[in-house]
Each structure stands twice: as C-alpha cells, then as structure tokens.
Design a protein around this ligand. Sequence first.
Ligand code: DGY
Length: 347
Amino acid sequence: MPPRLVLAQVRNFLQLGHRTRRMSSKPSVYVTRPDVDDSGLELLRKSCQVSTWHETFPVPRSELIREVAGKDALYCALTDKVDKEVLDAAGPQLKCVATISVGYDHIDVEECRKRGIRVGFTPDVLTDATAELTLALLLATNRRLFEANRQVYNGGWKSWAPMWMCGQGLKGSRVGLLGFGRIGQEIAARIVPFKPAEITYTTRTARPEEAAAVNARHVDFDEMIRNSDFIVVCCALTPQTKEIFNASAFQKMKSNCIFINTARGGVVDQKALHDALTTKQIQAAGLDVTTPEPLPLDDPLLKLDNVVILPHIGSADIETRKEMSRITARNIIAGLADKKMEAEVSL
Ligand code: DGY
C-alpha cells in the first residue's frame, strides 16, 4: 500500500472517536477519495478535521453511510451516489457537499436544497482538458487509430493498401453538438480548424453570441441527428437527456454518422447503440463514458471494431485534476464558513 494511503488509514484510526465525541472544534469533513491531489487535502486540513476513505477504489456504500454520520461536509466524486439515504445518514449538521467534477448527476440536489445543504462542483477548470480529450477521441474514432494500431501487432498489416484503414475526415462534414455550454463551445472551437462544412448545436435556448464565435447554427434535436456526420454529446445528464439517444434516435442518423460521447453514459441507451453499430445504422462510436463504469469485460460493445472506449478520462490532465482537488476543498471551506463558494450549484 502506498505510504500516503497507510497514513490516511492511521489518521482515520486516530479520529475514530470523533463521531461520538467531538475532540476538536474544527468542522469535520469526510473525503471519499484519498487519491485526490494532496494540495486539496492540505488546504482542508488547515481548517477542518479530515478523515478519508483509504483505498483507491470508490468507497463502498455501507462505509460511506457509516463514515458520513456526524460530518459537517462531504468531499465526494462522481463515483459516489449522494442521495437521501446518505444525507439522512449524515445528519442535520451536514452543511455542504462538494464534488470533484463538473457533473453532479450523482448528487440528489433537490434533496440538498430541501435541507439547506449547499453543493459545490468544479466547472470551468476542466473545460479545456475535456474539449481536448473529446477531439482526441473523435479523431481516434473517425481515423480508426486503435483498430489500425491493433493491425500492427496482430499481423493484419500486410502492406500499404490504397483503401485500407480509411476513415472519414472532418473536412467538409456536418458536426452536430448536443449541449453548447462551456465544454461544447470549446469543442466547437477546436473543430473549426478542421474545416467542417457546418457546425450545428442543440440546446433548449439558442446561444447566438457564443455560436457566432464558431459560426454554429442552432437546430432542434431531430434536425441535428438526421443531418450530422459527427454527433458530439457534451450535455449534462438530466431527466430530459436520459437515454435521449435511443433506438429511434439512432434510426434517424446517417449511416456514416460517427457518435462521440464524453458527457455521461446515461444519455445513451447502450443496447440501442450496440444494435446501431452492429447493423451499420451508424458508422462508429467513441465513448469516454459508459453505463456502467467500468464497463464489464464481457460487455458486447468491447467486441466491436468500430467502437473506441476510454475509461472516463475527459478531465484527466494533471494540472486540471490538481486544481479540481483544490477547488473542491475551497468550496467546502467557503461552504462551512457560510461564504460564497468558488463554484456552487444553484439550488
Ligand atoms: C466531470 O467532471 O463531470 C467529468 O465527467 C470527470 O471529470
């Protein structure tokens, strides 16, 4: 076990009694990931009594429920479902929950609102990293990089061949985005230099100023999915977007369509996606997010050559993740002090 995890365990052990008898006047925080960058934890330790889960896999739910009891704040990640049961287990003193992610679909924000619990998140800081990864995934999918790379190792590379391992370029293509927030806009800006024929985007409300910067056109969902050669999903997972990409949506897409999702696995009916890929209703898919995560090794999607799957690494850029750790800590410190958080979900 790495020394810092041993230390975390020792620290937790020393804090064992604190649920029942407060030994310190400092507010208490439970951190579900000991492997967030230390700089965030250091910030927290200056003003809070911090206990952490001690393994690098997500805290088991029973442990979370036990450990959150009596805490003033919860520092969590997208791997933790923070619902009514967890909030009940925490108790009425819980003041804030902060997640080290921009997405907060794993937190029952309505339940937090009812209880006056403030919720922090980490938008903005990860926008560039996520947009960059989205482009990398798009290019790996349309130019078949992983499939081609496998040929090098499995003997499939016999010689250069005129039409072998050809893909579909972005130049002259129609790119449709579902979602046009910070990340969507940065994805669009990175696509522009590849000279697409058109970028369209689908959102509830048009964003003409932001769209003008990348010459994008606002269209409804139906038009976007019917006309796009590339569909890029960069929206939040909400009741409205849950499984919005279902069998009927895939049936409307062009047969050369390349589907990219770096948002949340939940926006896709994965069985319908698998059917669309195997029946060639669409050309290929690049997924940084799936349901569930991790995807089981026997998942049928893993058997397809026309799918590139990454393990949810959209924001996994070193400096980005370090800053996410610090923002989450600063959100908690502000929340505990009844001050404005750096990034707070409006409830
Ligand atoms: C997020 O922040 O929501 C991303 O999915 C992971 O960093």
